[in-house]
Design a protein around this ligand. Structure first.
Ligand SMILES: Cc1cc2nc3c(=O)[nH]c(=O)nc-3n(C[C@H](O)[C@H](O)[C@H](O)COP(=O)(O)O)c2cc1C
Length: 320
C-alpha cells in the first residue's frame, strides 16, 4: 500500500552471516509492515569480500585485529538513497571480538552512513552475550555521524556462559548449532526470544504514527529490551585490553591473510588457549570473592549500561 502523506519512514540496516540476525530483524519489524502510516525500507549490508561460513579457524582469528580497531572493509552499494529522509533508523548488528562486526563497521565508515546525520537510531544486537564494548563503539561512531541513540535492544544466547564458550565456537567453526551430549544446549538466540522481538515492532507501530516529526526519546522502555549481567563488565574490559595489545602487534606483522600474520595467529591461538585455561578461572574466582564488596557499584554500572531502554518489563504484557 502506498504510504500516506505523513507516513513515518523507517530504515533498517543489517548484516547477518548465518541468518540469525536477519530473523531477529524480520521479527522486530514484522508489525511495521503493511502499516499505512509507516514506510519501511530494508537494507542488508553486503561486504565486497564475503566472510565464509562456517569459518576456518585461522580466518576466524584473522578478522580480530581489524574488528577491534574498527578498520572498515569495503561494502557494496547500499539499497537506499543516503540523501533521503528517514524518521527513524534501526541499525542491527552482531558482535565480533567485542566490537561491531566488520560489515557494520564498513557501513558506519562508508559514504552511505551520511543517512544517519541528525537521525534517531535504535540499535538491535543479536550475539553470544558480550556486547557492552561493541555498543560503546557503535554509539561513538553514531555520534561521529551526528546520529543519536534512542533505544538499544539486545538478544543473547541464554545458555550458561560455560556452555556458550563451547557451543558458539562449535557453531561458527562447523555450522552445527544443535544441542549435544545432553549437557550442551543449542547455540544462538532462542526461537522464543527471536519471536518475542515482535513486541518492539508492535510498540513502534503504536507510537510512531502519533508523533510530531521524528522520535526524540526512547520508545521501547518497559519492554525488557536489555539486561546487563554485571559479571561481564570487568571481563569485557580485560578482554578488550588484551585484544588491543595483540591486535596492534598483529596489524604490524602483516595484512589479513599474509603468511607472517598467519604464523603469528598460531602463537596467538596458543596464548588464548593458555589464558582461557589459566587466567580465566583465576579471574572468575577473584571476581566471585570480590562480589559482595563490589555488587552495589556493579549493579549501578549495569543500570547505566542498560540505558536508554532499560531492563524493566512493565509494558511487556501490553505488546506480547
Ligand atoms: C568472528 C566472530 C567473533 C565473535 N565475537 C563475539 C563476541 O565478542 N561477543 C559475542 O557476544 N558474540 C560474538 N560472536 C557471535 C556473533 O555475535 C553472532 O551471534 C553470530 O556470529 C551469529 O550472527 P549472524 O546473525 O551474523 O549469523 C562472534 C562471531 C564471529 C563470527
Amino acid at each position: 500500500m502506498a504510504p500516506s502523506h505523513a507516513a513515518k519512514r523507517v530504515l533498517v540496516v543489517y548484516y547477518s552471516q548465518t541468518g540469525q540476525l536477519t530473523r531477529a530483524v524480520q521479527s522486530f519489524v514484522a508489525p511495521l509492515r503493511d502499516c499505512p502510516d509507516i514506510e519501511l525500507v530494508d537494507a542488508a549490508i553486503v561486504p565486497r569480500e564475503p566472510y565464509r561460513f562456517p569459518w576456518r579457524f585461522l580466518d576466524f582469528l584473522d578478522v580480530f585485529p581489524e574488528s577491534v580497531y574498527l578498520d572498515p572493509p569495503a561494502i557494496a552499494p547500499v539499497a537506499f538513497d543516503p540523501d533521503e529522509h528517514f524518521d527513524l533508523i534501526i541499525l542491527a548488528y552482531q558482535v565480533w571480538f567485542l566490537s561491531p562486526s566488520l560489515p557494520i563497521t564498513g557501513f558506519l565508515h562508508s559514504d552511505a552512513a551520511r543517512v544517519l546525520a541528525g537521525r534517531p537510531v535504535i540499535t538491535l544486537i543479536a550475539c553470544r552475550n558480550m556486547w557492552l564494548t561493541a555498543e560503546a563503539k557503535v554509539i561513538a561512531l553514531l555520534e561521529r555521524r551526528g546520529a543519536r541513540l534512542i533505544d538499544n535492544v539486545v538478544l543473547i544466547d541464554r545458555g550458561p556462559p560455560w556452555s556458550t564458550f563451547i557451543t558458539t565456537p562449535r557453531w561458527l567453526l562447523t555450522g552445527r548449532k544443535d544441542a549435544f551430549w545432553k549437557i550442551f544446549p543449542a547455540a544462538g538466540v532462542s526461537a522464543a526470544d527471536i519471536e518475542g522481538a515482535a513486541r518492539f515492532g508492535r510498540a513502534l507501530r503504536g507510537a510512531l504514527p502519533t508523533l510530531q516529526g521524528a522520535p526524540t526519546q526512547s520508545l521501547l522502555r518497559g519492554l525488557g529490551a536489555v539486561h546487563v549481567d554485571p559479571r561481564y563488565i570487568a571481563s569485557e574490559r580485560i578482554g578488550h585490553r588484551s585484544f588491543l595489545l595483540w591486535g596492534r602487534l598483529l596489524r604490524r606483522i602483516g595484512p589479513p591473510g599474509s603468511r607472517p600474520r598467519r604464523v603469528a595467529l598460531v602463537f596467538y591461538a596458543a596464548f588464548l588457549a593458555t589464558m582461557i585455561l589459566t587466567v580465566l578461572p583465576v579471574t572468575l574466582a577473584v571476581a566471585w570473592l570480590l562480589r559482595p564488596f563490589l555488587s552495589g557499584r556493579l549493579r549501578a554500572a549495569a543500570q547505566r549500561l542498560e540505558a536508554p531502554s532499560g531492563s524493566n518489563c512493565d509494558r511487556c504484557g501490553e505488546f506480547l
